[in-house]
Design a protein around this ligand. Sequence first.
Ligand code: ZN
Length: 190
Amino acid sequence: MQGERSDSSGAQFLVTEVRVKLTDDPRNKLRAYCSVTIGDAFVVRDLKIIDGNKGPFVAMPSRKLADHCPKCHHKNHLRAAYCNQCGSRLDPERAPKDSRGRARLHADLAHPINSQTRIELHKAVVRAYAEEVEAAKTAGASYRPKSFDDFDVLSDMIDDEYLEELERRQEERERRRQQERGEHGLAAGG
Ligand SMILES: [Zn+2]
């Protein structure tokens, strides 16, 4: 589950390094890959900066959800219309739906569990991204993206469906936060 508490127990969370690798395909909504070091001790890779409809935002490392073919038990992506293994017809609309009937096709592999940590993480990543964009601008034609060793062979296209799913989640979080603020406000005022 991707539950997130809204308390402020993120005080121990310290981002000590962010590395940013800008992508260079203008058709791709993926703007950069990032790796984040926490407390000089733990690295999380494959965070992404995605160019959303309301500007760039940070996406956590994620995987596409899959299920098993009812006939041969091969794993297929939830949108697959045919089994990759035996070719059986599958229902491309079989993904679990949220309360508004929208499919959930991805799950985050690592993510903050409270809003303070989320805010700290996003601030650090967005700052590092902005600095890298600035460095690229300054260097102009002589800019070379940083080498991340095996990071260099990573390549993802951000499809519209994933982007939509991420933006929907953001909106839901925002709504929940406002709701909670409203409830706290009422409690304080009443
Ligand atoms: Zn099958």
